[in-house]
Design a binder for this molecule. Structure first.
Ligand code: ATP
Length: 296
């Protein structure tokens, strides 16, 4: 084991991945200590799935070095300690839920008991159902249970809540949070920023193959240093900086104070003023539209 990797669940050093002429990941450096729960955010095609498949040893990096749980992600001994839920898994449809779980459990030296898996993933009622008969959300929960079979030290989830209804999503997120609480490392990609905010200690934002922000949800928001300012006025206000909805005006700004000074200087009377921190959604849009800055 090389120095410094023992405490790391994931270590990427200068990792690039090309598909032909397309550079999907561009010299990524990423260190995830054990026990951390990390959300990877990015727009479609940013490189999230590519990064996850490299750290799972499913693809080879074009350049750079990757270490997972202190070893090579392609080594069987390392893979046995990782649980993964990917977007494009495939399962034999003739198997029953409990049979699929038994099959996956048999791959691991110290699997979780089947009852615990069924209950963690909310599958108790359909343990005897054939996969062919499951709804999309039930299949998703089965994939999640399969990822947990080996009681993994590192749990990797690629957009795990896709296709789930509100209640199923909430319960899956609560389970993921509980697994992170047990000291497991969780790495999850998501398009849902409120999910990242709710479960991750840290958010890594990827865009066009590069990490453009890396920090706590709070840091990522603060890194954008934007405020949402909202007020009502009866005075006519023809100003491109504001979005208008009837008498209500809205702006995203780095300096609400100077906007306010400007309005007062123009004699504009305002009511019902609120100034709030930008939401993670707004931070994300700003970050991925070219206003890049590192916050960690
Ligand atoms: P999404 O949110 O849509 O899942 P992503 O962030 O996971 O996107 P990737 O799937 O990693 O993005 O794709 C990154 C880039 O690499 C995209 O431009 C994609 O078209 C390209 N790409 C991914 N896999 C391949 C492949 N096997 N062959 C060629 N290009 C690929």
């Amino acid at each position: 084991m090389s120095a410094g990797t023992g405490e790391d669940a994931v270590l990427f050093r200068g990792v690039s991945k090309s598909y032909g002429r397309l550079l999907a990941l561009d010299a990524i450096d990423l260190r995830i200590p054990r026990g951390e729960s990390v959300a990877i955010l990015g727009p479609n095609g940013a490189g999230k799935t590519t990064a996850l498949s490299l750290l799972l040893g499913l693809r080879r990096a074009s350049a750079g070095a990757i270490s997972v749980l202190g070893g090579d992600p392609r080594a069987r001994s390392v893979r046995a300690r990782i649980g993964a839920m990917l977007q494009s898994s495939g399962l034999p449809e003739y198997l029953r839920v409990d049979e699929a779980l038994e099959l996956f459990r048999s791959y691991y030296p110290a699997p979780l008991p089947i009852d615990e898996l069924l209950s963690l993933a909310g599958l108790d009622d359909i343990a005897g159902s054939r996969i062919a008969r499951l709804s999309g959300g039930q299949v998703q929960r089965l994939y999640f249970a399969l990822a947990l079979c080996g009681d993994p030290e590192l749990l990797v989830l690629d957009e795990p809540t896709v296709g789930l209804d509100v209640e199923a999503r909430r319960s899956l997120l609560a389970t993921i949070a509980a697994i992170a609480e047990r000291g497991r490392t969780v790495l999850m990609s998501t398009h849902y920023l409120e999910e990242a905010d709710a479960i991750a200690d840290r958010i890594v934002v990827i865009d066009r193959g590069r990490i453009i922000a890396d920090g706590s949800p709070r840091d990522v928001k603060a890194g954008v240093a934007r405020k949402r300012m909202s007020f009502r006025t009866r005075s006519p206000l023809d100003d491109a900086r504001f979005a208008r909805d009837g008498e209500r005006y809205d702006a995203l700004t780095e300096s609400p104070e100077s906007l306010l000074r400007d309005l007062f200087a123009r004699g504009i009377e305002i009511d019902d003023l609120t100034v709030t921190g930008a939401t993670l959604e707004e931070a994300f849009v700003a970050l991925t539209s070219g206003e890049h800055r590192h916050v960690a």
